[in-house]
Design a protein around this ligand. Sequence first.
Ligand SMILES: Cc1ncc(COP(=O)(O)O)c(C=O)c1O
Length: 490
Amino acid sequence: MSIEGWEKLLDQFRTPLFDAVKYHVKRNAVPLQIPGHKHGNGLVEYKEFVGENVLRMDLNQTRGIDIIWDPTSVITEAEKLLAETFQASAAYFLINGTTSGVQTMIMSTCKPGDQIILPRNVHKSIFNALILSGAKPVYVLPEISSELGIVLSITESNLRIVVEKNPTAKAVLAINPSYYGVTSNLKSIVEAAHHNGMPVLVDEAHGTHMHFHDHFPVSAMEAGADISAVSLHKTGGSMTQSSALLIGNSGIDPLYIKQVLNLAYTTSPSYILLCSLDVARKQLATRGRQILDQLLELLKWSREEINKIGGYFAPDKVFFEESGNFSFDETKLLINVRKIGLTGYEVEEMLARDYNILIELADMYNILAITGLGERKEYLEALINALTDIARHTDRSEIKKIDAIQFNPEIVMQPREAFYSPKRSVPLEQCAGEISGEMIMVYPPGIPLVSMGEVITHEIIEYVKQLKLEKCTLQGTSDPCVNFVMVLDR
Ligand SMILES: Cc1ncc(COP(=O)(O)O)c(C=O)c1O
């Protein structure tokens, strides 16, 4: 490594923001300012549970600690270190999750009425960003695995077709990886989009860690993408809500992006969350590879053990690559349970009720455990033992096949227009042919089965009824039981 390389690495051991906040806590200044709980004296029950330091770190625009929307000192330094870690040209801390990141990416590149090309299986935060920005979606339909019953990635060839048909689109948005861990060939997507003059925005909510080990699919910044939103809080080790916006090297003005970000940034950000970003960045930069090495070993062993039980199938990266998908993030422990004779929903319920194990999500055929930097072998052992026990007590006949829904929406009205249109409530059974005035989704993963402005088909109604029978929790509708749906009042 060159001297400059060493200097950069040494820099990554620093935590300028966290140090400034710790200094402030030690200084113990008289707090004649907000927040009014005054070091927790006004919130004793809470302080006794979480500890005094958390309350002392809860600051608001305190002298010497920099300001998030217009930083000049320790936050500027901390964000520079973050950018350097991800090989980005600039980076911004987010404390309203990757949700605020995707909103900023779309609003920085699309004005109302502009087209944006994106996969249909995006998270609800992106649909909400379409409403906020007034951008018009042009969808690339993702592939579906009939074997696993999950939505996969988009192919580069499908993307090229859509890009060529819509040459005036202002941006391409990609997911890297999906909730389930599947990725597209991001480098080729970037090439195809850039070739047509379109910037690439990447939802990397589930991919923060991928930048720190070469076993993983390529990260957005490595692939040459223009902007990426990463949920450090999901797989990067920081606290819930804390994410980052990474700006690539291809010319979108970071200051304009910052201006858009500031439109909805709170003026009272949590320094508890911000400091966790500073420390998580240091950990990823200085020890990320080592921690991820150990995690990948643990997962290799877990998959082997799960696949030995019989009836379960835990696919690895090779399985996805050989079945035509670009790649797979192996920290996502996807387990297909179809041959055990139970649905994923039933296995999830049994794990929680009988074994005190909480997994990330379930669908008709699968359960998904998300592993992370703080993983312990005993957590995975508990899962393996529980799955063994469950397999022993089921008759192991394959469950009936309910195909994953094909996303092919008929868009009658743009999301923003549909959001502001008058609506009426209609029984689910009578919704066929109506235009949806709300989203219907399973959360997680939070991908709408139908979104605002799209036609509700018989297939969607039947699928929703099936999900309800399986006691799957549906969200997005005003009626929490989804017996009624808000449709556009035409
Ligand atoms: C694919 C995807 N994108 C974006 C988001 C939003 O991220 P956040 O929860 O950090 O706001 C999520 C959240 O689960 C997600 O799954």
